[in-house]
Write a protein that binds this ligand. Sequence first.
Ligand code: AMP
Ligand code: ZN
Ligand code: FE
Ligand code: FE
Length: 283
Amino acid sequence: MIDLHTHSTCSDGTDPPEAIPELAAKAGCRAVALTDHDNLSGLAAARARADELGLQFVNGCEVSCLFKDRSAHVLCYFVDEDEGPLQDELARLRADRVKRNKLLVDKLRNEFGMQITYDEVVAEAAREESVGRPHFAALLVRHGAAESMQDAFDKWLGAGKPAYIPKARVAPEQVARLARASGGVAVLAHPYSLQLGDGALAAAVGELAEAGFSGIEAEYGRYTPDERAELRTLAQRAGLVATGGSDYHGTVKHDLSVGVGQGDLRVPDSMLEDLAARRPSPN
Ligand code: AMP
Ligand code: ZN
Ligand code: FE
Ligand code: FE
């Protein structure tokens, strides 16, 4: 069993990157990927720990995309950590994230009278570049503006809510190009987030396959067995690899554990082998 979708303090997870392989080994995983939002900075520490534990480690990241006006998350795997076109794009996204976060603090203060400071938000995260809306959500709860993290998204931070400020997003086709140019592959994360009906989702998956995607995430921590089966079928029809992972975030998504998700997740090793076979050949 493996886990190809996890987050650390290098984005909005609550465990340091080196803890991810430890949790994966405890859960009985043979391989694990770290897929922080917009950055690769946790990979070195996570890989070093995975090596010590005898676990296969896969470089990854998760990029927020816009696909026909819809939010789509794209997972990249096997990417080079060194400089490259994907790295450049990630740097641009991180800069825009920081800008969005500052605007969001201004909005919460000036329009909604909340006594939140930028320093306070940054203190929630390990680093300024790691700050995401979940950190804001935690702060809103602490300031009494929301009852729970989910309530903070429902009342304030979610798309279309009063304090929503969009950040830069890339086209998925572009991410696939950049991932491949960096030696990696692209996979559509949690496909039901696109909120498309069955036919439209199948068409979208077909288009992504044409655009150079290698897989879609089917075995996802929060999906039901029926949903996972449906997505495996979609992947197969489009000639794509069905991948899987928990989307572990530590205590901010307390229902999800590394490897087993909500308890019933078992991502087979073969998914990683099939995905690795799609890597671009070096030339
Ligand atoms: P950011 O990248 O900073 O915009 O934050 C995105 C993260 O916020 C996602 O990865 C989710 O973990 C979380 N998130 C976004 N929208 C919602 C929502 N409506 N409800 C709960 N969590 C959400
Ligand atoms: Zn996240
Ligand atoms: Fe995601
Ligand atoms: Fe994720």
